[in-house]
Design a protein around this ligand. Sequence first.
Ligand code: SAM
Length: 287
Amino acid sequence: MSDPAKKGTVKDLLHRYDFLIRKKFGQNFLVREDILDGIVEASGVTKEDFVLEIGPGLGTLTRRLSAAARRVVAVEIDGDLLPILEETLSDCGNASVLRQDILKTDLEELIQKENDGKPIAVVANLPYYITTPILMKLLTTGLPVKSATVMLQKEVAQRMTAGPGRKEYGALSLAVQYYTEPVIVMKVMPEAFFPRPKVESAVIRLTKRETPPVEVTDEKLLFRLIRSSFNHRRKTLANALLTENAEGWTRETVQGFLEEAGLAPMVRGEAMTLEEFARLTNVIRGI
Ligand code: SAM
């Protein structure tokens, strides 16, 4: 099989198989060879690696991953793509396709069965409608995943990498930066896809951290504080915490926590670093 990403081949394939593109599955196929190559290069995948691909589509990225990795398993929800994938991956002996919804896939079992439970690399041109739930499942639930190199909406990539004081900074930035080291590898214009998406895209590489960059004894509380503060962006942190006050704190108690954590009484969550949220968490838990 020749490379289906070559100019014109994607449309030929879709036509030959009478394939109807399903917007509801986020089907925007990459038609730029240099970008497909760039994703694989950025992933750093080698012949040692087991790769999980999400949404192989027509198999353009899968073929490249198959050449770079030891083994590739690609999870695709749309059964109508299977005959196409059979053709485009016919000479890729180390790649297989599972017809499944990635959100319903038991990844722990898959990694155990396919890679003896050892850490895997994830590479994908993601279906954008489920970007955040997929990445949260992969990176925050303790699964053995060492990195995820994925195409997603540019705006989401910017939220993931933003720091305090930027308008994109929020709960997603802090969650991603707590669990991973995120790097935007390239920005990608809509012309690189067929059909063209409405938004600009970016490739981000998220390398899972061995240990979080801050130490907290109560991770749940850390993320609860983060969520509360960004659920009420315009309020001061103290007011945000008092609004969602599950623990029945008084204003004096909250001001006491802030003072002990070395935070200004009027501080807002959007100006706070991960270290400051961690300090506040540990003060509240009396550490
Ligand atoms: N990898 C191909 C490429 O780069 O051209 C296709 C990428 S396309 C943006 C997203 C792919 O994810 C589609 O093939 C779509 O059918 C598949 N997909 C959508 N939702 C999915 C889900 N829940 N589980 C698995 N695959 C899904």
